[in-house]
Ligand binder design. Structure first.
Ligand code: RB5
Length: 142
């Protein structure tokens, strides 16, 4: 189950991502926002982060204007590793090396075509399980 969240700046891109997930029969839960009315990104960043740490969802995707504020908010929740990615290489690498559980993107930074390639890389790449990466992740959590 994929948790989705965005602020008003990320709403249109979230809709594009929902279309993609539905076309692939990938299950998701949408934690808002649901309208283009101006709203506060920490609310949605934390809602998605909490859905992951409490086990409702395995991974999350967060979108705001830049992806910065919403990823900062999500990373305040213990157990969350939210990666702000605007290229495919980083999305793949952060899954392999950081076992990131949230992908954050900025809808005012990249277009929908690239965003979907990034989503695909993030969802399809497994954690390497290498000892050195596990050790480093544990050092973050401590
Ligand atoms: C909202 O205007 C904007 O600040 C927000 O979407 C995001 O870019 C914050 O980091």
């Amino acid at each position: 189950m994929i948790a989705l969240g965005c602020d008003h700046g990320g709403l249109e891109l979230k809709k594009t991502i929902i279309e993609y997930l539905e076309s692939k029969n990938i299950e998701y839960k949408d934690y808002g926002t649901y309208t283009d009315e101006s709203c506060d990104y920490p609310v949605y960043g934390k809602a998605v982060a909490n859905a992951i740490v409490n086990g409702e969802c395995e991974k999350g995707i967060l979108i705001c204007g830049t992806g910065i504020g919403i990823s900062i908010a999500a990373n305040k929740v213990k157990g969350i590793r939210a990666a702000l990615c605007h290229d495919v290489f980083s999305a793949k690498a952060t899954r392999e090396h950081n076992n990131s559980n949230i992908l954050a993107m900025g809808a005012r930074v990249i277009g929908p075509g690239l965003a979907l390639e990034i989503v695909k890389a993030f969802l399809e790449t497994e954690f390497s399980n290498d000892e050195r990466h596990i050790r480093r992740i544990n050092m973050i959590e401590d």
